[in-house]
Design a protein around this ligand. Structure first.
Ligand code: SAH
Length: 213
């Protein structure tokens, strides 16, 4: 678990590259500069950790591209102490970025293997989400709702109703929608019954799965 000046240099370069690709939220770029992404990957991928690439993290899942993490984090418009629900903990990298931005993060992962691995890793790195839990993200976390915002980090075939219900008024849900390719979608809760929808282009995610393995 070594984080060296060389890694720091690579992270600074990654943040610059993301800025050139259009990421303008400085809190997001600062978090990218701070979180040691190489420690979230198997050591065989360590040399590539600061390229803008997705990699396998076990259990058939991938850590999202840094650009995707930065783009979703920017769409969340995180304010300090925001209470954020994340669906799809995976490697915990996105979780760590949101915690570094000052959010109170509640994260759900449906694969026990990944849940266990990541809930062991994050505290060792000094990163403390409010809650990491093993469960089905389609249901959200009704016991902890409402949330200032919700981020889904797997491709969803439709918007799960419970996630809409668990948003505060004025809160936003960021969710990649679609089967083969996903459209990054933002849903803002206007009042009890109305939502405004915005779309931000195509992305590629592993699927949000319904049945537990
Ligand atoms: N944010 C993660 C992305 C991991 S990929 C990272 O940066 O590493 C998407 C994750 O969503 C996988 O870990 C997958 O197991 C998880 N997932 C898929 N369906 C889910 C569901 N219904 N509920 C919760 N997590 C789910």
């Amino acid at each position: 678990m070594i984080d060296s000046p060389k890694h720091q240099g690579l992270r600074n370069r990654l943040a610059e590259a993301l800025k050139e690709k259009g990421i303008v939220d400085n809190a997001v770029l600062d978090a990218i500069r701070v979180i040691p992404r190489h420690l979230f990957l198997d050591s065989s991928f360590e040399g590539f950790a600061y390229q803008d690439k997705a990699f396998p993290i076990g259990a058939g899942q991938t850590i999202s591209h840094p650009y995707t993490v930065a783009f979703q984090s920017q769409l969340l418009r995180v304010k300090k102490d925001d209470k954020i629900l994340e669906i799809g903990t995976g490697s915990g990298y996105q979780t760590a970025v949101l915690v570094a931005m000052g959010a109170r993060v509640y994260s759900v992962e449906r694969q026990n293997e990944l849940y266990k691995k990541t809930s062991y890793l994050l505290p060792r790195l000094g990163i403390r989400p409010k809650l990491m839990t093993f469960g089905d993200g389609y249901k959200g976390l009704p016991g902890y709702a409402p949330f200032d915002s919700i981020i889904v980090t797997a491709g969803a075939p439709f918007i799960p109703q419970p996630l809409m219900e668990q948003l505060k008024i004025g809160g936003r849900l960021i969710i990649p929608l679609g089967e083969e390719v996903q459209i990054m979608t933002e849903l803002v809760r206007i009042n009890e019954t109305q939502f405004e929808k915005y779309e931000y282009g195509d992305f590629k995610f592993v699927p949000l799965l319904e049945n537990k393995n």
